[in-house]
Design a protein around this ligand. Structure first.
Ligand code: FES
Length: 554
């Protein structure tokens, strides 16, 4: 009576307590997360589907992480969202859960939570914005910002033009509509089998986004009735599919840390090296910004992710189970492609096999680093240059406009102390703009190396996720301005050309930076966060605890 009576305050009739499945709808809606601001409307469509299928839907909030507003970085809070959602799903009397996400970290955060609880779950991402339109051309979220920032610095664009362009870029609900991290992670959720086919690409304002949400409401009731859990769907085969799909779509490097973290919650063996070996025979098929030309709206009209997965055919595990309770091959068997300039055929791809994310190792990154080859300049993939070192992006920004900065196009910019412990939270600071004096000379790219991340909407020859990070005593902390660094992507190496005895002397003189915080979440995070090569989860959050709370009294 306690449980029923209090719920009756919301005006439910007594039939809802007849034992039907109780479906939680975890929504990351917030006006502070503009990419997710429409999710309360998406939730209404999910509820329709749950009611239709004989379930009892109950919506509840989970932390909304808005990429553009949270400081120092939304990544600092991904694990907190995962922790909060996990406990809410477990502590409430739910039989299944629908996960509503959109902006970058909300998708992996909720998948990590659902993986650790183990109740039946389905994801519904909020969908991309409509294509940005400026001066008669399409402009992509984020990707255009980096270009306009460079154009502004180089004097090719005025402040007034920039201010007008802002509104043209973001003209509807939805997350970034380039193949940035949000679109990538939505595609990863679909490739993993955790959201319905086509879910990743319907624009946020398209009626079919809401139709899909309603369908997801029906499907979660079916998953509960058949007790299909995330662990049955997100298997090693599903992760291999996701990694290969990420290469085919030219997806974000952020997928590396997020997929590693989700796998860690399930005990699925997945290593950084898998991201390199699994993609060597996978070409990039999708011609989307930042690697290519088009945007998510075009991707949707061209056939979306099912068309890509059908094209990949035997490169995927077709027998992997999905939330439809059918396997991947069945889901995509008849998926049409309507535009071969957006989704190219396997036989004539957009970029050749092996041009996706590469994993580098060497004395500068003993535990690995990554580089997005498709967003890099071909002539810089083998490069030797002298380091110009900065201990923070702020230190670099203070001098980037200096006309006397001692830098040329062969210089290797090193931006460090940007890792999970260092900044803290591993922000997207790696793709710093080029020095103004080089931009004015027409230089458009140079090698940058960082222990932080890069926005999925960004481009450039940028080595990311260097592990161990500088703040954890990684060799990146020992580099000095003027040292020679060799990047050899074909050989998958990143080397600091300094003798071992000299490095040992520098290490003896190195002192770790003071902790970023002495209390609260940031203290807990920096004390327990793991390095990028294992996904940046907290060490005590890996694995799962099931869906019972201690001695369950309900
Ligand atoms: Fe939210 Fe890009 S800022 S998806």
């Amino acid at each position: 009576m306690n449980h029923r009576s209090w719920m009756r305050s919301q005006g439910f009739t007594s039939e809802v307590f007849d034992g039907r499945p109780v479906i939680g709808i975890a929504t990351t809606w917030s006006e502070l997360a503009p990419c997710n601001v429409h999710l309360h409307r998406v939730a209404e469509s999910v509820k329709r589907g749950v009611w239709q299928a004989g379930g009892f839907p109950l919506e509840f909030p989970a932390m909304a992480l808005g990429e553009t507003l949270l400081r120092p970085t939304a990544m600092l809070y991904r694990n907190l969202l995962a922790m909060e959602a996990e406990e809410l799903i477990r502590a409430n009397p739910l039989d299944g859960v629908v996960l509503l996400s959109g902006c970058d970290k909300t998708t992996p955060g909720l998948l990590m939570a659902a993986a650790s609880v183990g109740l039946p779950a389905i994801m519904v991402t909020g969908g991309p914005k409509l294509n940005g339109k400026y001066q008669g051309t399409d402009v992509g979220s984020g990707t255009a910002v980096w270009r306009w920032e460079e154009d502004l610095l180089a004097g090719r664009m005025t402040q007034e033009e920039c201010a007008f362009a802002e509104g043209c870029m973001s003209r509807s609900d939805g997350h970034c509509m380039t193949m940035g991290t949000a679109s990538t992670m939505a595609s990863m959720a679909e490739a993993l089998g955790m959201q319905l086919p086509y879910s990743a690409s319907w624009p946020a304002v398209d009626s079919r986004r809401y139709e899909t949400a309603q369908r997801a409401g029906q499907v979660i009731v079916d998953l509960v009735e058949h007790d299909v859990t995330p662990a049955q769907i997100m298997t090693r085969a599903a992760f291999e599919n996701a990694i290969r799909v990420n290469a085919a779509i030219g997806g974000s490097t952020n997928a590396v840390v997020h997929l590693l973290a989700i796998a860690g919650r399930l005990g699925v063996p997945l290593e950084l090296g898998d991201f390199d070996t699994l993609i060597r025979d996978v070409p990039t098929l999708v011609n989307l910004q930042p690697s290519g030309k088009y945007l998510m709206e075009d991707f949707c009209y061209a056939g979306g992710l099912p068309a890509v997965m059908r094209e990949l055919g035997g490169l995927l595990h077709g027998d992997a189970l999905t939330v439809t309770r059918r396997c991947v091959a069945e889901n995509v068997r008849d998926a049409p492609c309507w535009n071969r300039d957006v989704i190219m055929p396997l036989a004539a791809p957009f970029q050749p096999a092996g041009s996706g994310t590469a994993v580098l190792r060497g004395n500068l990154a003993p535990d690995g680093a990554v580089i997005k080859q498709s967003a890099s300049s071909a002539h810089l993939l083998k490069h030797r240059g002298r380091a110009l070192v900065f201990d923070s992006p702020e230190d670099y920004h203070a001098v980037e406009a200096d006309p006397d900065l001692d830098v040329d196009e062969d210089t290797v910019l090193v931006i460090r102390y940007c890792g999970p412990k260092g900044y803290p939270g591993m922000p997207e600071t790696a793709n710093v703009p080029l020095p103004a004096k080089l931009l004015k000379r027409g230089v458009r790219d140079m090698v940058r190396i960082c222990d932080g991340r890069m926005s999925g909407t960004a481009y450039g020859t940028v080595v990311l996720h260097v592990a161990p990070e500088a703040a954890a005593g990684g060799p990146l902390a020992l580099v000095r301005t003027g040292d020679w660094i060799t990047l050899d992507v074909p050989a998958r190496t990143l080397s600091l050309d300094v003798p071992d005895d000299e490095l040992a002397a520098r290490r003896a003189a190195w002192t770790p930076p003071p902790p970023a915080a002495s209390r609260g979440w940031t203290w807990l995070y920096t004390k327990h966060v793991q390095q990028a090569d294992t996904g940046c989860d907290l060490d005590f959050l890996t694995g799962g605890s099931g869906h019972q709370v201690g001695r369950d009294s309900h």
